[in-house]
Design a protein around this ligand. Structure first.
Ligand SMILES: Nc1ncnc2c1ncn2[C@@H]1O[C@H](COP(=O)(O)OP(=O)(O)OP(=O)(O)O)[C@@H](O)[C@H]1O
Ligand SMILES: [Mg+2]
Length: 370
């Protein structure tokens, strides 16, 4: 039996409300007077609105923390043509959103309101950024490999010829000393070339069941041998029930070692380093979304120091190969870290506040790779 018209239209109404409410895109609609008619859950999440916030409010009041959005909505009834697909970064939260704006028209075609549809693009942006970096690394790597290869031969030549020269002047101690210096310098240059070649070679993983706690404690021992720790306290808190990772234990140790050495160097003998690890509970908590939707089991490891941090212009370059602020640095430490984490399908983020320490966060999938 067909339902009475009113009931079916009420059902349709309910259906539309739930559909819009649960959409994975944000929706925010206003009427001609600027009153907010509709805000769905995703819009509340992105604009950080509380549940009861919208009822009857004007959009300029409701969104006063997001002046960029107020400006977009403000133009809705004035613009000749509305943006088809635009992007903006919310100054308030740093989130990048892609949006479209459309007019809601009545039966006579008169605008009665406007609707903003939008999507959180932060995840997409991060992927693009990683791809850009990978391309850059590949280009720099190729050039470095060619140069290193070209330099290797003349360097070997210098070493051999200097050896001959030394034999030609056995009775001249000053010549012996000078030639000795030449050979040492050539050896040092050769070591740098080897390091560059090691960096540009592709990472090959030997995946095994790997304990984060073991990798970290091996890294502490390794870092203590390579750099001066002084009075720095290293505090480890890694839960015993953390799952083993499908990862290359040796290379993971190198990752932690490079991060620790940087922290030692930043702290200059005094301060505290904290290494913590935990499971990520879900996508909101930072778990990885390899296919863009479903979160996979993920471990987060933080390496935090209370050193001087770094200014913005340094922070944006730290993963670039050969970028260093140190007289003796090669600038490859973090580039290698990034390469290894990438090979594990993981992620690395850095947060710093100039003068208030630095946090490196590794996000690693638990799963094994073939
Ligand atoms: N924990 C930290 N605190 C402050 N600055 C840091 C920290 N870690 C890295 N940096 C900055 O990032 C730069 C790049 O680090 P990276 O490890 O890649 O190279 P490096 O330490 O300079 O040289 P290398 O590691 O090759 O010897 C450093 O020169 C430093 O300025
Ligand atoms: Mg370093």
């Amino acid at each position: 039996m067909p339902k009475p018209a009113e009931t079916s239209s009420r059902l349709a109404d309910k259906f539309f409300r739930h559909m819009v409410g649960n959409m994975r895109n944000g929706v925010l609609a206003i009427d001609r007077q600027g009153g907010v008619v509709l805000v769905n859950d995703e819009a509340r999440r992105l604009f950080r609105l509380a549940a009861g916030d919208a009822a009857g409010a004007g959009y300029a009041d409701l969104l006063h923390e997001h002046p960029d959005i107020v400006r977009v909505l403000g133009g809705a009834f004035e613009l000749q043509s509305l943006p088809n697909r635009a992007e903006l970064r919310l100054k308030s939260t740093g989130t990048v959103i892609g949006y479209t704006l459309s007019l809601v028209r009545d039966d006579h075609g008169e605008p009665m309101g406007a609707a903003l549809f939008f999507k959180d693009l932060t995840h997409v942006e991060q992927i693009e950024e990683r791809e850009r970096l990978r391309d850059r690394l590949a280009a720099v790597g190729e050039m470095a490999a060619v140069m290193a290869h070209e330099i290797k031969n003349p360097l070997a030549g210098i070493e051999v010829l200097a050896g001959l020269l030394r034999r030609k002047a056995p009775d001249h101690p000053d010549v012996q000393a000078l030639v000795g210096d030449i050979i040492n310098e050539a050896k040092m240059a050769n070591a740098i070339v080897q390091e560059v070649l090691a960096f540009v070679r592709p990472v090959r993983l030997q995946v095994d069941r790997t304990s984060v706690a073991d990798a970290v404690s091996n890294a502490v021992a390794l870092a203590d041998g390579k750099a001066t720790r002084g009075a720095i306290v290293v505090d480890l808190s890694i839960p015993a029930d953390l799952p083993l990772l499908g990862a290359d234990q040796h290379q993971l140790t190198q990752v932690f070692c490079n991060l620790l050495i940087n922290a030692y160097e930043a702290l200059d003998g005094h301060g505290r380093i904290e290494i913590t690890a935990r499971m990520a509970r879900g996508a909101d908590d930072g778990a990885l979304l390899p296919d863009g939707h479903a979160a996979v089991p993920t471990v987060l490891v933080d390496v935090i120091d209370d050193g001087p941090g770094m200014p913005d212009d340094v922070a944006e370059k730290i993963f670039n190969p050969f970028f260093t602020t140190k007289a003796q640095g090669s600038g490859l430490g973090l580039a290698i870290v990034r390469k290894i984490i990438d090979a594990h399908d993981g992620r690395i983020d850095m947060t710093t506040a100039d003068g208030r320490g630095t946090r490196f966060r590794l996000t690693l999938p638990v799963g094994t790779r073939d």
